[in-house]
Write a protein that binds this ligand. Structure first.
Ligand SMILES: Nc1ncnc2c1ncn2[C@@H]1O[C@H](COP(=O)(O)OP(=O)(O)OP(=O)(O)O)[C@@H](O)[C@H]1O
Length: 582
């Protein structure tokens, strides 16, 4: 069980002094508090002997003093140990988040965001409770347990043995319920993850749900998931609800034994009244440790279940920074670099067939290549392999003559920039969104890319210009505006290779052609569905079901009379029809 927590022990290892002080305070607080019952015994014996009640005053003051010292130590124990557990929580979350950032795109396509959120929030919290408060109680309750039993044995051995007769039953109950709590907590967490994941999707896709009047259906689905979580939580509560009263009952039986047997001893005068009271006070001090055994076992089991869920994230293999071998020389900024694909085959995990079936393509530095193809022909897949958003097979994708797997990932992604099909903006100002990859960019640089992306008139119309906050996912902008912000963001990095994945589809044809035509001279690969836009390229590639069907300059392809010529004729016809309609 301890092994499961190996990763988080490091937070204690980093602060040995604080941890030692915290645990010492926990032990000292417990020990000091054990002085009080003997003071009570003396006071009772004084009073029972019928002497002057004022003789009991020093003992009363002593009890207050003991409470004050023990209280201060308790405060120190909490400050120090709960403090470490907060560090642990912070460090575990930071480490898990950093690991997530290094995981490949394929991991995220098989994961639900809500599930990841639960792992990073309530699971991390459960681990903190196990490694903070639970450990703290182990230290203080073990001290109370041992010292109380020793002190009780000093008063009366047989009475102690009689009072502890219930201890094995308490331990067995804790063990029995502990494993059940572990399993049920796990199930409840899974259900919570499922509900959170669906709720997150629901909130993100609310507009779509409303547009298709799916609210009722979605309410039902969410209701069912909520109910499943509720039921799993109830099953957890059932075991917990049974656990604590059962413990109380067993402890209560122990008290009955002590009252009967101890009372008999007082009457028989083999035990003084003061000793009997003292013994009972020690026994009362044992109640909390006995309950805490269960509570700690509970926290520990829950924490272990949560830690296992977090470890699942860590067991995912991150993207390799680079394959071993010589590093490519750092390219000069904004220099255009060549790209080459040699017989690239690529299959998505679990997909029935390959998305790319042996694509070979050479793009000399500075060439502008248009990639056309039907929906699902593999355009996005091909582009995603270059900056390693998807990992290509070794020796198939090259930038500047070097296998992309041999590039340092950060350097590769600073050199090859891809603008995805769907523009994702963050809830920040327009400027912050544009400067994401280069926060230190000057105003002049920002305005230059804004102009290149054709955004100037749009920015002028926004209430606070570049300082306008665009809302979550850029909801306050139009689709075309979002796309051009994403393009400006990429241009700011002055990449040596720019990949545009049909990223201007929401902009009209002539504006798209104009923006592409005025892009700085760099190596450019752009996927598009528009023939008129593809015509502006130096080279055109037509993909069909993951293979290159045709390639050449637009005029070569037009002369060849193949697929390109057909597409060209179709688009011209479409334009003529539109014009005729006025
Ligand atoms: N994450 C994924 N998991 C499994 N299969 C995928 C995934 N992404 C794409 N595919 C499949 O790979 C093939 C190529 O998809 P890709 O997105 O590259 O096509 P595309 O030409 O860019 O299409 P579009 O014009 O619609 O953008 C398709 O059959 C698609 O269903």
């Amino acid at each position: 069980m301890v092994g499961k927590y190996r990763r988080v022990w490091r937070s204690y290892g980093k602060r040995p002094g604080v941890a030692a002080l915290g645990f010492s305070a926990a032990v000292a607080s417990a020990l000091v508090s054990m002085i009080a019952p003997s003071l009570v015994r003396r006071a009772v014996d004084v009073l029972a002997a019928g002497g002057d009640p004022r003789r009991a005053l020093p003992f009363a003051l002593g009890i207050v003093g003991v409470a004050a010292v023990s209280g201060f130590l308790l405060f120190a124990q909490r400050m120090l140990l709960v403090g470490i557990s907060r560090h642990l929580e912070h460090e575990l979350r930071t480490e898990a988040f950093a690991h997530l950032l290094r995981l490949p795109a394929s991991f995220f396509s098989s994961q639900r965001v809500g599930d990841l959120l639960t792992r990073l929030s309530s699971d991390v919290q459960a681990v903190r409770m196990a490694m903070g408060p639970a450990l703290m109680y182990v230290a203080s309750t073990t001290t109370i347990l041992v010292s109380a039993v020793v002190l009780m044995l000093r008063i009366d051995v047989t009475l102690t043995l009689a009072s502890l007769s219930m201890a094995p039953a308490v331990a067995l109950t804790a063990k029995f319920f502990g494993s059940r709590i572990y399993r049920r907590w796990n199930v409840a967490q899974e259900e919570l993850s499922r509900f959170t994941a669906r709720l997150q999707e629901h909130l993100v896709g609310l507009r779509v749900l409303r547009a298709f009047a799916c609210e009722e259906q979605e309410k039902k689905t969410l209701g069912e998931l909520n109910l499943a979580y509720f039921r799993a939580s109830l099953r957890l509560v059932n075991v917990q609800a049974l656990f604590f009263p059962l413990l109380q009952f067993l402890i209560g039986v122990g008290f009955v034994v002590v009252l009967g047997y101890g009372g008999y001893k007082v009457v028989a005068r083999s035990l003084s009244l003061g000793q009997f009271v003292e013994f009972n006070l020690y026994l009362a001090r044992l109640i909390w440790p006995m309950i805490a055994v269960g509570w700690v076992a509970n926290l520990w089991q829950r924490g272990a279940a949560s830690m296992a869920r977090i470890e699942e994230l860590f067991s995912q293999t991150p993207e390799l920074p680079a394959l071993p071998g010589p590093r490519p020389a750092k390219p000069a900024p904004s220099k255009a670099l060549s790209v080459a694909f040699t017989g690239v085959r690529f299959s998505y995990p679990g997909a029935p067939g390959p998305a790319l079936r042996g694509v070979t393509l050479t793009v000399p530095a500075g060439r502008r290549v248009a990639i056309l193809g039907e929906v699902g022909s593999g355009k996005s897949t091909l582009l995603s392999l270059v900056p390693r958003l998807l990992t290509p097979p070794p020796g198939t994708v090259f930038v500047d003559g070097r296998d992309v797997l041999q590039w340092d990932l950060e350097e590769l992604r600073g050199t090859v920039v891809m603008v995805p099909q769907t523009a994702f903006l963050f809830s920040a100002t327009l400027r912050e969104n544009i400067c994401m990859g280069k926060p230190e960019a000057s105003d002049q640089e920002v305005w230059e890319v804004v102009a290149r992306a054709g955004l100037e008139p749009d920015v002028a119309n926004l209430p606070q210009g570049l300082q306008t906050v665009v809302g979550e996912r850029g909801v306050t902008l139009s689709g075309g505006q979002r796309q051009r912000v994403a393009l400006a963001r990429a241009l700011l990095l002055q990449p040596a290779v720019l990949l545009l994945d049909d990223c201007l589809s929401a902009v009209d044809r002539s504006t798209e052609a104009k923006i592409l035509g005025e892009l700085p001279r760099t190596t450019l690969l752009f996927a598009t569905h528009r023939v008129s836009v593809a015509k502006t390229a130096d080279w055109v590639v037509i993909l069909e079901r993951g293979e290159v069907a045709e390639e050449g300059t637009p005029s070569q392809l037009a002369a060849a009379g193949g697929r390109w010529a057909q597409l060209l004729a179709l688009e011209e016809l479409e334009e003529e029809t539109m014009e005729a309609r006025g």
